[in-house]
Ligand binder design. Structure first.
Ligand code: PXL
Length: 266
């Protein structure tokens, strides 16, 4: 008998399947990992518009996670879009109750809220309830500034300092800040690991592709999948980063239907 490695993804649904739990399932499958899912919200969107956002009731979210936990102890967990502080609370409670390890949290704050919306309740719930249980948190620079409630622009080592601050303020074990641009046509993601104080930079050529929808989801679920396969955190991040950039480059000229820009494709 062979036990398959399993990840549980706790994430929203995207009908174009470029982001959210559909992207997570495809990513895990490609890497030889079985993905189970708990749906947090049903979005209505395509390459042109984001038109609706339907949260799943927190009790139903909990019941889905419990149903999975009754049969398997996932080797890793990926948490994506959570629609409310109550959903964060249920998710954190389930992770604690079952002692889930290898928890990768992608703190999705941007796609569903406009700049005027109040994110502070969500940021607070994520910081206090979920991050202390996380092996890795993967904000982009903008999310990192919202989570820390401070503007980031204007100082040079924003990514590194932000990652270290998030670790020390919330108790998460490591932070990977994505989307640090540099002048020379490269992008750098920065990881800080709190126990060792190690800083790792993952730099790649900037790829000017229209197909970037869902890259954050693919990155975090690939990291969770590599952890489920037994890699160390640094190995898992390095492999997921390399995969993502290779596939982004390969997918530049691919199109889906008539969409002017599209999901991260292959
Ligand atoms: O990429 C962030 C994200 C996560 N989850 C869902 C999304 C998106 C972005 O659109 O739709 C369901």
């Amino acid at each position: 008998m062979t036990q398959l490695p399993v990840i549980l993804t706790i994430a929203g649904s995207d009908p174009t399947a470029g982001a959210g739990l559909q992207a997570d399932i495809k990513t895990a499958s490609r890497l030889g990992v079985y993905a189970m899912t708990a749906v947090t919200a049903v979005t209505v969107q395509n390459g042109l518009r984001f038109s609706a956002y339907n949260p799943v009731a927190p009790g139903i979210l909990r019941d889905q996670i419990e149903a999975v936990a009754e049969c398997v102890h996932p080797d890793a967990v990926k948490v994506g879009l959570l629609p409310s502080p109550e959903a964060v609370e249920e998710t954190a409670r389930c992770i604690s109750r079952h002692g889930f390890k290898n928890v990768v949290v992608d703190p999705v704050l941007s796609p569903t809220l406009s700049d005027n919306d109040d994110r502070s309740g969500m940021a607070e719930a994520l910081r206090t309830l979920l991050f202390p249980l996380a092996t890795l948190v993967t904000p982009n620079l903008r999310e990192a500034s919202q989570l820390l409630r401070m503007p980031l622009y204007g100082y040079a080592d924003a990514a590194q300092e932000t990652a270290a601050l998030l670790c020390s303020e919330t108790g998460c074990r490591a932070v990977l800040v994505t989307g640090g641009d540099s002048d020379s046509g490269t992008v750098t993601d920065t990881m800080y690991e709190s126990q060792s104080g190690a800083v790792s930079l993952f730099t790649s050529r900037h790829i000017d592709s229209p197909n970037t929808h869902g890259t954050g989801c693919v990155l975090s679920s690939a990291i969770a999948s590599y952890l489920a396969l037994g890699k160390t955190l640094h190995q898992a991040v390095a492999k997921a980063e390399a995969d993502l950039h290779r596939r982004l480059a390969e997918g530049i000229s691919l199109r889906l239907g008539s969409s002017p820009y599209g999901p991260f494709i292959i």
